[in-house]
Design a protein around this ligand. Structure first.
Ligand SMILES: [Zn+2]
Length: 146
């Protein structure tokens, strides 16, 4: 694959993940010349467009999420919405790491309620606050593996 930014030819790393419903390949691409990074997932199975998972205990933080680059993530309890424009990457990630990623995204926003949202996300990790993780993917490539 050629880098979409500088055209340099670079290698694509393929990481397979096995789920109950089948296999998902995670593709990650990193240009050694200009530092452009891109990742997405390839799934041969189509799922529903909408998924919801309730996180009310620390052991649920290990639940894996397959997020395609066009997936919208919402946490309705905190009014959080991560659109593809905020994070145009696809990956396989645990709920725990996804919470860290959302915290990093919130840090870059200038919203007055972000401190509250970040403190509540920290409370989810200790089981002191419960959230719903909701995925919407019109391409039907995303899933929460429960
Ligand atoms: Zn490049």
């Amino acid at each position: 694959m050629n880098c979409p930014i500088c055209g340099y030819e670079a290698e694509v790393k393929r990481t397979p993940h096995t789920f109950r419903f089948g296999d998902v390949i995670e593709l990650s691409y990193s240009c050694s010349k200009c530092d452009f990074k891109f990742s997405d997932i390839v799934s041969t199975i189509k799922h529903q467009e909408d998924h919801e998972f309730y996180i009310n205990a620390p052991e649920k933080l290990n639940t894996r999420i397959v997020k395609s680059k066009n997936c919208i993530i919402e946490i309705p309890e905190l009014g959080i919405k991560v659109k593809p424009g905020d994070d145009k990457q696809g990956y396989v990630i645990s709920v725990d790491k996804l919470i860290d990623k959302i915290k990093t995204l919130l840090e870059t926003r200038n919203a007055p309620e972000k401190e509250y949202a970040i403190s509540k996300l920290n409370a989810v990790k200790t089981g002191d606050f419960a959230i719903t993780v909701s995925l919407h993917d019109q391409d039907k490539n995303s899933i929460i593996s429960i």
